[in-house]
Design a protein around this ligand. Structure first.
Ligand code: ZN
Length: 432
């Protein structure tokens, strides 16, 4: 399973690629693609998926019978990083550099001195229409060099201070030696060469930097997985695996939602704050408004929101609540926050704990240290938007929002087992 996760991480260098990679798994497991623009004729027990705006996806298996409602697992496809500005190229001190905007909250220092490249999506003009295609350069193209310690003597004592505008633009090339600026259309040329299209065929593009170093296991006993985008592609992968790894009969509709734009607040047309999943649920349960089908289905529904959890850091143990320090490879983590930065309630916590117990998986509990502001995720947004009970869970990880994050290998398999149980258990509130 960990090899499959490594493949998923390596292929999914942007949110767009994460959806394409998930789609390939769904297709090979008999899921049928639907278009939101078409009329749907859904059948019991069949499996479907929808992609919205290229970077969010809903996939589901229809329920086997009469129990209404949806068992929803939510995760997000996006990761913090550096995105190219629309007119990125400029010359500076003999170098060609690319202007970048910072997407979400990356640990900026981790992006320095890495072998970076470019990926994203390109809009092509084709037969009088616009067409979106994936783009990924395999070549190491970019680097954000740190200043030498001889020029920044106090960096180890005072920390690396990075100004987003001045210090993050990567270097793409050297200017030509006669001092004349190189062609101003280098990105257009790169796209045209990589996709084998003419420059005039390119209508627009959206590109971001990615780390070319592949994911790998590490540690003396291969207990860790290290990669970019562990937050939150590991949970995208776990949820798709749980939905596809075995043929099962779903007591309620089993659904996975992979949202975009969690890292910037989810308020986009395919983020968790959009109507995406409510729209899908309405169409799954039927549009008989006189019978309030959507409302009744939602009243029977529940959601697991799966995202990263902070493992205790041995060098910074004082940043963790000692009673709620979670560890890697000790099982899924239930995240709670009294101010509902996480959506978990005592009730949804109990349901998730029982799911873990059912499949013999240990469970851990995380609460952010009380004197630190707590992060959030799609859980509270989903609970607000759908009005259904949500539990926020995740696997323990280190260096969240670094270009290279670390998680536990065993936790991944355990999470998949629990999510499978969520989809297949006859009655969620029954105790064993
Ligand atoms: Zn996340």
């Amino acid at each position: 399973m960990i090899t499959r996760l490594i493949d998923y991480l390596n292929q999914s260098v942007t949110a767009y690629h994460a959806v394409l990679t998930a789609e390939a798994t769904l297709k090979s497991n008999g899921f049928i693609q639907l278009d939101e623009k078409d009329a749907w004729d859904l059948k019991a027990n069949l499996k479907y998926y929808v992609i919205r705006s290229q970077s969010a996806l809903a996939a589901w298996q229809m329920s086997n019978g009469d129990t209404p409602g949806v068992r929803l697992v939510g995760a997000h496809t996006d990761s913090p990083g550096l995105h190219l500005k629309p007119k990125p190229q400029y010359s500076n001190s003999g170098y060609v550099q690319l202007g970048v905007e910072v997407y979400g909250g990356p640990l900026l220092a981790s992006w320095t001195d890495r072998d970076l490249s470019l990926a994203g999506r390109v809009i092509l003009k084709e037969g009088g229409k616009l067409k979106v295609v994936p783009f990924k350069s395999e070549k190491v193209l970019l680097r954000i060099p740190q200043l030498a310690i001889h020029l920044n003597r106090e960096v180890n004592e005072k920390g690396l201070m990075l100004n987003k505008q001045n210090h993050m633009p990567p270097i793409l090339a050297l200017e030509s030696k006669d001092g004349v600026s190189v062609d101003a259309g280098l990105i257009g040329k790169l796209i045209a060469e990589t996709l084998k299209v003419g420059i005039d065929d390119i209508a627009s593009w959206q590109l971001e930097c990615y780390d070319t170093q592949p994911a790998t296991t590490s540690g003396l006993n291969d207990e860790f997985i290290v990669s970019g985008r562990i937050d939150n592609l590991t949970m995208c992968h776990a949820s798709i695996q749980a939905l596809t790894s075995s043929e099962f009969s779903a007591p309620q509709t089993a659904m996975v939602a992979l949202f975009d734009n969690e890292e910037i607040g989810s308020s986009t047309e395919n983020g968790a704050a959009s109507g995406f999943i409510r729209d899908i649920i309405t169409r799954v349960v039927g549009s008989d408004e006189s019978n309030h089908m959507t409302q009744r289905a939602l009243a029977h529904s529940a959601c697991i929101s799966a995202d990263g959890a902070h493992a205790i850091h041995p060098n910074y143990a004082e940043f963790h609540d000692p009673q709620h320090a979670v560890k890697m490879n000790r099982g899924p983590v239930i995240k709670r926050n009294v101010n509902h930065r996480y959506a978990t309630s005592a009730f949804t916590s109990a349901i998730f704990e029982q799911l873990c117990k059912d499949v013999d998986v240990p469970v851990q509990h995380y609460v952010h240290k009380t004197d630190l502001p707590c992060g959030s995720t799609i859980g509270p947004i989903t609970a607000t938007g759908l009005g259904i009970p949500v539990v926020d869970v995740g696997n323990a990880m280190l260096s969240m929002h670094s270009i290279r994050e670390t998680a536990g290998v065993k936790d991944h398999e355990m999470m998949i087992k629990v999510l499978e149980r969520f989809f297949t258990k006859e009655d969620l509130v029954s105790l064993s």
